[in-house]
Design a protein around this ligand. Sequence first.
Ligand code: PXG
Length: 455
Amino acid sequence: MNTHVAQSNLGAIDAAHHLHPFTDMKKLNAAGTRIIQRAEGVHVFDNHGKRYLDAFAGLWCVNIGYGRKEIADAVYRQMNELPYYNTFFGTTTEPTILLAEKITAHAGPHLNHVFFAGSGSEANDTWFRMARVYWKALGHPTKTTVISRKNGYHGSTVAGASLGGMKWMHEQGNLPIPGIAHINQPYWYAEGGDLSPAEFGLKIARELEEKIDELGEENVAAFVAEPIQGAGGVIVPPETYWPEIARICKERNILLVADEVICGFGRLGSWFGHQHYGIEPDLCPVAKGLSSGYLPIGGVLVSDRVADVMINEVGDFFHGFTYSGHPVCAAAALENLRIIEEEKLVERVRDDIGPYFAKAWGSLADHDMVGETVSVGLMAGLQLAKDKKTRQRYAKPDDIGTMVRNVCVENGVILRATGDRMLASPPLTITEEDVDLMVSTLRKGLDKIWAEAKD
Ligand code: PXG
């Protein structure tokens, strides 16, 4: 964007007026912010013209890559025709209708309705209320508690942050709200001890059953989890985990909620994470890849089981957002899904670039500083370890991850660090050459920090 403001002033203005999310502002103001100016394909450029390979797809969301003129055109057309109308009082708009049809066409066969929201957080708040309304309508008003996982992430609204299992988020704002219980995550590397991954997966899944027993089945509404935990560090559960969770939810009659905000729309080489794991969730919050981040939009996929009760028993669901089903955002999302279909990006991740990526990312496992590498499709985690043989971790996990990340960014590759795990989630359009560049840059970063950390 051309502004009248000298580029050199922008950082100072930002420091003076902008509070960034999840940011220590004093530190940022001292260090200075990075201003991203433009983007093309898998690359972003800062305001000094430096190019970065964005191996994080913005924030796990730019699945089709940057600079898609088709989306800009679709948005422009929709803006001119109808920039806004609501979906509240018996009205809707064409792109909203078509988007609901298209999303549900790709989800599991039992997921045939969508409730639209503006973000992943709003989507989580939406199903949270819907699950309670569902059980009440069925004559079970005490089924209200939701079980979620430590270190899970479900957004920053009050319900979203409460459902999430980030302690440091709970400490700010007296969270979690009542009616939410957390169980352990299937993080074998850190918490698996002497158990095999398969044994550990079963043990952790059975914590759900224990928690239901403790709370009483008649008081539990739902269990929520990300198919693969994203912000928590790309925690890929052992193969035994999801089938056992699905069994427990079914036998104990609680709703299964798969938070697809990151895993949805091709990231795992399937349209949705629940398909990758062969499970049938009752509710799925979605966002991010739904529009590839071009405009903000989210929603909840609602199964026939829940939709039937919402439609035929509940009557009015007193819930919704001004921007639920926003026509311009819906037009952007529709075009995004059309591109994913036309370019067969889901199949590309499953059969082509995903396997290539897995091999390249996995090649880092031989590094002295790497405890484990995991990836599914184009979602990957790498555990930093002080001693890989004993799975010993660094005393200050946040510092070590940030150090590796900073070297990578300096060298032109944007990756994310969560504590002592390095995370990648590139656009689904990434080429083999760029995968190689990403991996070799990360290896260089590991070499550098490994040498420094030893000193
Ligand atoms: N669920 C999941 C699984 C997410 O990853 C949300 C819900 C909330 O979506 P919104 O659109 O309200 O942000 C998310 C968002 C990070 C990071 O640092 C991850 C997210 C958001 C911000 C930062 O990895 N995920």
